[in-house]
Every structure is written in structure tokens, then in C-alpha cells.
Design a protein around this ligand. Sequence first.
Ligand SMILES: [Zn+2]
Length: 134
Amino acid sequence: MYKILNNIKLSKNFRLSEFICKERKQEVLIADRLVEKLQALRDKLNKPITIVSAYRSPSYNKKINGSPKSQHIYGRAADIKVSGIRTEEVANIAIKLGFKGVGIYDTFTHVDIRENLVNKVGREYDYWDMRTGK
Ligand SMILES: [Zn+2]
């Protein structure tokens, strides 16, 4: 574990503090590839991305009833909002940019770089829409 002493820049538009656990603020895990892909998404959208939640400690994940295998606990996922762009539009672009897990929620889009796909329909990514349950 590392103590966060310095809010370092991880890429052109993202800083370490945006990825830390909302509850255990000294804890963070961040996959390099997640940052790279988020930056690619940021560049493509040409708008600021607000990270609602990225890393979650296992205890925090449990507390908020996150999936036990949530990509958030591995530092591979982020829930994001982009002002002025609909969640499904963000999702579609994220898929094109190579995010492997993309979920649409009422107020944010979940994106992750999961390694093991769980879909059974032969897609190269997992996709779900919590608004419709599909
Ligand atoms: Zn998420």
C-alpha cells in the first residue's frame, strides 16, 4: 500500500486523486491501461470526464453491494460522467476505443478493461444497460 502524498498527473487530463477509493482514501490500484483508455476517450470526446468512482477497496465494494468480482476492486474500472453527452453515447464510443466491459446506468457509464469476458454471445466486449436490465 502507498500513502498518497502527491496528487501526481497520470496522463494529460487525469490525476491520481480522481482514482482513489471513496472510503479508504489512502488506497488505490490503477491499471495503466485504464488511464490510457480514459485519456483516449477524453481526447475523442474533447470534453472533461468526471470520474464518479474508480478504485474501490474490497470492503467498500462490499458495503455498496458491488459485484464481488467487480473490476473496480482491481483498479480496472471507472464510472464516468461527461457533461452534455448521453450515457449510451459515451458507452458506444468507449466500446469503439476498446473498453471490454461497458455498462449504462441512469447517471453514469461504467467502463472497464476486464480480461476475461463473461458474455456468451461471441462479442469482443461485455455490455449491459441497467436501465433496461439487458
Ligand atoms: Zn462501475
